[in-house]
Ligand binder design. Structure first.
Ligand code: TXA
Ligand code: MG
Length: 335
């Protein structure tokens, strides 16, 4: 791929218009959201969406999420808005929830990785929504990282991965939440969580007033018998992988701390560069905010190994552990 100049834009009216112009001309613009930075293209323009896959090196069967600015945009996309969808929109939009719905004709198959369904999300971030609105279309946007790398939570992370490969980035500081949206499939009889995120299963069940499903493959080590088929295509790929090896220690907090320390001393004795990730187990919000930045910091510091403390897999902790388990290739030690 030939290097291009990546324009750095701010959230001024003038710059957002420049960004919108790039989108209308079929180009790529990275933008901040409350979860992670997204890499946007006109979701209705197949040629533009193809460029997303090229820039990221993303497998073409991994669908992108379509981003809208206002709730009305969903009614313009589809006539099939169920009662449950309405309830979830009212409770969680704008915000970190993606709903998988039947694909409208207007959205081409490149955008959905050839699926008959599409994920739709209305972000809360004001810059994101002003940019989408100015573009006058639905914005297809995966996370703005090279495929397989940790998701970007600052403009610098995006530039580190995609500088010279995309037309522009709108700078918007650090992402508030830090892990990607909850993806929930609304096409079946009972909604099913395909990717855990800030909005938890319990949050959704509380507003729908009924139990929902969760993809049973989530947070399970992939089996070798070929039966491991997550429902969200992206969940099967190697993901969030730092260059360093990563080991997660799980158990009583004191044992975990002692085991990490022992491992660190041994490895440093062998001349290895060790990076430790240890969040307060009672502060999953902080862990979500930090996890991707820490994985990237470990790489920048040329760590040979990352030693991480597990979080309790409840509430938001389940979503953060989902990212950590994948980063570590499910390399977990019980202590
Ligand atoms: O928070 C987010 O969702 C961020 C920001 C930029 O909005 N976007 C994001 O996109 O994380 P991406 O492409 O990195 O992850 C989308 C995930 C993938 O695992 C994909 O397989 C799944 O959502 N997905 C998208 N459309 C789907 C569909 N129609 N059916 C099943 N899974 C879908
Ligand atoms: Mg991603």
């Amino acid at each position: 791929m030939e290097a291009i100049d990546t324009l750095c834009l701010k959230d001024t009216k003038e710059d957002l218009e420049k960004a919108a112009e790039i989108i209308k001309n079929g180009g790529l613009v990275a933008f901040p959201t409350e979860t992670v930075y997204g890499l946007g293209a006109d979701g209705t323009n197949p040629e533009a969406v193809k460029k997303i896959y090229e820039a990221k090196g993303r497998p073409s069967d991994n669908p992108t999420i379509v981003h809208i600015a206002d709730k009305e945009d969903l009614d313009n996309l589809t006539t099939l808005v169920s009662k449950d969808m309405r309830i979830l929109m009212d409770a969680f939009w704008p915000g970190p929830l993606t709903m998988v719905i039947t694909k409208p004709d207007e959205i081409p198959y490149v955008t959905t990785g050839n699926l008959e369904t599409v994920g739709v999300r209305m972000p809360e971030n004001k810059i994101a929504r002003d940019f989408i609105r100015a573009s006058g279309t639905s914005i297809a946007a995966p996370s703005a990282n090279i495929s397989g790398r940790p998701s970007p939570t600052t403009a610098q992370h995006v530039m580190d991965d995609l500088g010279g490969r995309i037309d522009a980035i709108i700078q918007g500081g650090e992402c508030k939440i830090g892990i990607e949206s909850t993806v929930v499939d609304m096409t079946g009889e009972i909604p099913m969580i395909l990717r855990p995120g800030y909005i938890t299963k319990e949050d959704i069940e509380r507003v729908l007033r009924k139990p929902i499903l969760i993809d049973p493959t989530l947070n399970r080590k992939p089996s070798k018998d070929g039966n491991f088929k997550p429902k969200a295509p992206g969940m099967k790929y190697k993901h969030y992988a730092p260059n360093a090896d990563m080991i997660i220690f799980r158990g009583d907090p004191e044992h975990v701390a002692a085991s990490i320390d022992k491992e660190r001393i041994e490895r440093e004795g062998l001349g290895q560069n060790v990076y430790i990730i240890s969040f307060d187990p009672n502060k999953p919000v902080l862990a979500a905010h930090e996890i991707f930045a820490q994985l990237r910091a470990a790489d920048k510091g040329k760590a040979d190994v990352i030693l991480a403390a597990a979080l309790p897999q409840k509430g938001l902790g389940f979503a953060v552990m989902n990212r950590m388990l994948k980063s570590a290739g499910f390399n977990i030690v019980e202590v």
